[in-house]
Design a protein around this ligand. Structure first.
Ligand code: HEC
Length: 194
């Protein structure tokens, strides 16, 4: 009797643990009609950096948002050894509203509600252009790749390492420079008014 109880408790605990464990090496997962499934647990990935109110046109638009960038642990490890992103790398840029007044805070900004997220994948087996871009909000389960003009071109033209904006990720920049994969020209400030 006691033995049975112990056995069932153990089995139940194992099941609970299995359900909660996140994929140790997350890669892009797709539906049968080529939509990307929303990456879950990205908050457990490696955090690269945050932008605050970054904007690529001269006119600012409303309240500044934070952009928090994440990449899976396994892809980050490969980058540290090579300065390059392996196939099946995924990036998430999470957008959050910002606020100044709240609780004891008087100055500066802290992060609040999620405003959605952008996802970028390196997957040449699936996309002829290797890099593809997607948008998700809290309720989107899967998303179609965005048209090239929406995201791809700016990343192609201005990112410092392959399609990633390593010029804005302070811990990755020295790694890419060491391996010679850093495009110095991406730091030029000749876009828009000074
Ligand atoms: C005008 C240029 C531009 C366009 C268009 C653009 N991005 Fe980006 N993207 C950036 C910059 C700059 C960063 C890095 C700064 C940051 O943290 O926000 C970035 C970062 C990212 C990242 C984090 C990984 C990386 O590449 O550094 C993802 C994911 C991303 N963008 C997705 C998208 C998606 C999805 C779209 C289209 C809906 C898009 N981007 C359109 C400029 C652009």
């Amino acid at each position: 009797m006691i033995k049975n109880l112990l056995l069932w408790t153990t089995i139940t605990l194992i099941c609970i643990a299995a359900a909660n464990v996140s994929d140790p090496a997350p890669t892009p997962q797709y539906t049968a009609d080529h939509k990307l499934l929303r990456p879950e647990n990205y908050r457990e990935w490696i955090y690269l950096s945050s932008g605050l109110g970054m904007n690529y046109s001269p006119v600012s638009m409303g309240e500044d948002m934070f952009t928090n960038v994440f990449v899976p642990q396994w892809a980050y490890q490969t980058f540290l050894k090579s300065g390059k992103w392996p196939e099946k790398t995924m990036f998430v840029v999470e957008e959050r509203n910002s606020q100044t007044r709240g609780s004891i805070n008087q100055h500066g900004k802290y992060q609040t509600d999620s405003m959605g997220m952008g996802v970028e994948v390196k997957d040449s087996a699936r996309f002829p252009e290797t890099w593809a871009y997607f948008n998700f909000n809290e309720n989107t389960k899967s998303a179609q790749a965005n048209p090239k003009a929406a995201c791809f071109q700016c990343h192609e033209d201005h990112a410092a390492v392959e399609h990633s904006f390593v010029q804005f990720y302070p811990t990755l920049k020295p790694v890419a420079k060491k391996f010679g994969t850093y495009k110095q020209a991406a730091e030029n400030t000749d876009r828009g008014p000074k």
